[in-house]
Write a protein that binds this ligand. Structure first.
Ligand code: SF4
Length: 437
């Protein structure tokens, strides 16, 4: 028996324990991606064979499990599908001389109590030409499975693809008693919603949308991110209905009305229909000494403003620009200044506060400090919520470690610095699920 698993699964250990009472089940193979180490240990201690995959891909996981299986029949079983001695006995009776594989009928459960009368039709449909889904516990003769080259390496819909080939390849059987999967999650999420979603995904797959893309959609909808996704769509819908926030319209009108006629151009967009960006002076400091720096000579002697001062600047910007205005955090290299002053916490708070009051902060930086102290960038992104960074890297800059200005002969010489920064941003994205821009 091969059981694919992704991440933690509360039904896995009880299932393996229950299988110990079925002598017909020769091997239990758990083909897992991201199984918590304590569960993996438990699985092994129960005598199951454990195969680990780096990434969740059900088709590949099932194939990996099948590769090491040695029994004549393979049963691909989901951890949240129940299996009783009657199921095992039904399997043991399948005539291997004239059957290549099949699946169990599926039991209608409390997901759709009003549809139980359809069960007869569903049974006929499954038998005649329906798809065998993974939660119907597909079984196949090992030799035949190898001849079919196993499952397609798809992260989702591998059962749909496989069952079509299995049907065409020989005599199949549908077995009783029907199997039943744990309906708890579906009922919590809404049975009709889940059914409709599955149907849409099936249609999209048949229309040619890739299984990889469907997999990423499926799990972003399925996970706790669902609330976030719903919120995003709500905002989009609101933006469609009312493209310009009423407060923003008012602020823009006030700005426009206050201009003398000589400065009003008929086709002007910026400042009339949208604001571009304002800025706050986070610090007048930079450890570089570039040829064309705009900072005054005494910049590095100017103290960093207090947090209260900076918040006042943010508030003033918010009043002037209305909601959603861009806000550059600048005045030199702010990351550099706050890090060297031992006030990293304050910069994180400045970013967080800007979002809180409704403006969108962008950090202006030469990037050196953040590349050398990646934890600082991670905190700005994760704790502060920073999504916009403008990183200035060019050959007029003096002071970049490892790249003396007189040795940098072309912009291409600085590509390693750019790559180091983009690598850092990607690492933060993957580790924390955030997306710096
Ligand atoms: S990196 Fe920017 S702020 Fe710093 S010295 Fe160069 S030009 Fe000036």
């Amino acid at each position: 028996m091969i059981i694919p698993v992704w991440g933690g699964n509360g039904t896995l250990v009880p299932l393996i324990q229950s299988l110990q009472s079925f002598p017909q089940v020769r091997e239990v193979i758990i083909s897992a991606a991201g199984l918590p180490p304590n569960v993996a240990c438990k699985v092994k201690s129960l005598g199951a064979i454990f195969v680990e995959s780096a990434e969740p891909n059900r088709g590949l996981q099932l194939n990996r499990g099948a590769e090491i299986a040695s029994a004549d029949w393979l049963l691909f079983h989901h951890a949240d599908t129940g299996l009783s001695s009657k199921h095992v006995a039904a399997l043991a009776e399948v005539d291997s001389t004239n059957t290549v594989g099949g699946a169990f009928y599926r039991k209608f459960d409390e997901r759709h109590p009003h549809l139980r009368w359809l069960e007869g039709f569903e049974r006929w449909h499954s038998r005649a030409f329906g798809t065998f889904y993974g939660d119907q516990s597909i079984f196949v003769r090992r030799e035949h499975f190898l001849k079919m080259s196993g499952f397609a390496p798809l992260p989702l819909m591998e059962d749909v693809e496989f069952s079509a080939r299995l049907r065409r390849s020989g005599k199949i059987r549908l077995l009783d008693p029907p199997v039943e999967s744990c309906a708890h999650n579906q009922i919590q999420r809404g049975a009709w919603r889940v059914t409709l979603r599955n149907l849409i995904f099936l249609v999209l797959f048949r229309c040619g949308v890739s299984a990889e893309r469907l997999h990423s959609w499926y799990y972003s909808i399925d996970s706790k991110d669902a609330v976030k996704v719903a919120g995003r769509w709500q905002k989009r819908w609101q933006a469609f209905r009312q493209p310009i926030d009423p407060e923003k319209s008012r602020v823009l009108k006030e700005r426009w009305d206050s201009l003398p006629d000589s400065l009003k151009l008929p086709n002007q967009i910026s400042g009339r229909h949208l604001t571009h960006c304002g800025f706050i002076l986070g610090a007048s400091y930079c450890s570089f000494h570039c040829t064309h720096c705009y900072l005054p000579k005494n910049a590095n002697r100017v103290p960093i403003p207090s947090l209260a001062d900076v918040k006042e600047q943010i508030d003033a910007n918010r009043r002037f620009q209305g909601p959603g205005g861009g806000l550059q955090i600048t005045g030199g290299d702010v990351a550099d200044a706050y890090w060297r002053a031992g006030r990293a916490d304050e910069l994180v708070e400045i970013v967080r506060y800007a979002y809180q009051v409704g403006v969108v902060p962008m950090l202006m930086t030469h990037g050196q400090t953040l590349v050398e102290h990646p934890e600082f960038l991670r905190r700005l992104v994760v704790e502060g919520g920073l999504r916009q960074i403008s990183v200035h890297i060019d050959m007029t800059q003096a002071g970049r470690h490892g790249f003396p200005i007189n040795q940098v002969k072309s912009e291409a010489d600085l590509h390693p610095v750019r790559e180091a920064f983009t690598d850092l941003a990607w690492r933060i994205r993957y580790r924390d699920g955030t997306q710096p821009q």
